[in-house]
Write a protein that binds this ligand. Sequence first.
Ligand SMILES: Nc1ncnc2c1ncn2[C@@H]1O[C@H](COP(=O)(O)OP(=O)(O)OP(=O)(O)O)[C@@H](O)[C@H]1O
Length: 440
Amino acid sequence: MSRRSGRPLVQVEDLQKYFWENDSILDRLFGDDPVPVRAVDGVSFDIHEGETLGLVGESGCGKSTTGETLLRLQEPTDGHVTFDGHEVYDLGGDELTAFRREAQVVFQDPFSSLDPRMTIGETIRQPLEVHDIGTDDERRERVRDLVERVGLSPDQLDRYPHEFSGGQRQRIGIARALALEPEFIVLDEPTSALDVSVQAQVLNLLDDLQDEFNLTYLLISHDLSVIRHVCDRVAVMYLGEIVEIGLVDELFENPDHPYTQALLESVPRASTDERDRDRETLAGDVPSPRDPPSGCRFRTRCPMVIPPEDLELEQETYRELMSLRERIERRDISLESVGDDGQFDADDGSVPDEDVPAFIAAVKERLLDVPLPPRHDAIVEEALAELAAENWEAAAERLRTEYESVCERESPDLGEQAHPVACHLHGTASERTAEPDSWT
Ligand SMILES: Nc1ncnc2c1ncn2[C@@H]1O[C@H](COP(=O)(O)OP(=O)(O)OP(=O)(O)O)[C@@H](O)[C@H]1O
């Protein structure tokens, strides 16, 4: 159900949040420059009054940091957030207090987010006290209303969190978030710590409360079924960036970005055959946000990475060549373990001349599943000959010269069309014509 009004309540523009960590002993010894963790690296989106925007992506891609930074629970590195037309990072005094009332958060873990020493009555009443709202009687009345509204009994107000189940605790967390009558709530994985049977009940409660109180939600989740069930629109995040935004049905039916497609295909499946296919769809780990790949950040895992023109290679073959090159660039091949045990173990670390052909054959056997056309086979053999001599950079350079992709040279923009997608397969942002009624 779409509940969007025309009014953007929250506008996020080029938001950046870096964490600076340079505390290892080695860093200090060598005086290395600090390398930031680029948790959120220039994200822009709007959240419209009354809607639920989903924020989805693998663990570590920056979802929680986005939510916390836009609520100003973390200070941003750069960028802007406006709430109801006011610049959130400029707020002070009464305006900041008002923002803290109007924008709330519900965290994932109802076990650690409630103070074990406070009764649930005290927990829900606390925000009213902090903001000095109402008389004692009014607060008591409001707490009773809230606890009933989330499906618990006022008889339970004197109990402590450990006396409740996970689902009940999350209801208490929701009641506390509602105490100050907010307009906007960030729901950070609100059901992922709960049993599946309880998840739907909590999601339905959130849905009912949204209608009743005209709430606007940012729902953070790695669970696509939760997103599909609850959201009006969804933003897909990868390694600190948003790669696609769209209406939920459109995005689930017609995902444009290869990452979104891979995420949708990697939803757990029942049969073993299909599980094997899933693993291939989203292979490899998310690269480090300290050193994200150049160009499109998904290109190191993208099954559709774009070959140079006129290369005349199958997509799958090109992907394999790119993966081989990336492993060489990361020095992620153990030369000794390429062949049979100890086969290429040489005193100086490089492979003896007489073993180079066998070494090349063994690397190809191990790392390339598809046969290469002769011209490409020759290029790969030249690169692997450099590798046998431990010339890692020369090996990588040989492959780079032949196989460099636009995906690594240029960073794709999200664009401003109705269903924005940051992928070179869909042209540059300016090539994609802006359509009216944009909801970005
Ligand atoms: N306080 C911090 N200091 C240093 N790095 C941090 C800090 N908080 C988060 N990070 C890093 O920032 C990146 C994004 O983390 P974040 O928790 O926002 O991701 P996420 O998508 O919400 O993942 P998850 O679902 O696992 O929480 C990760 O690499 C994380 O390790």
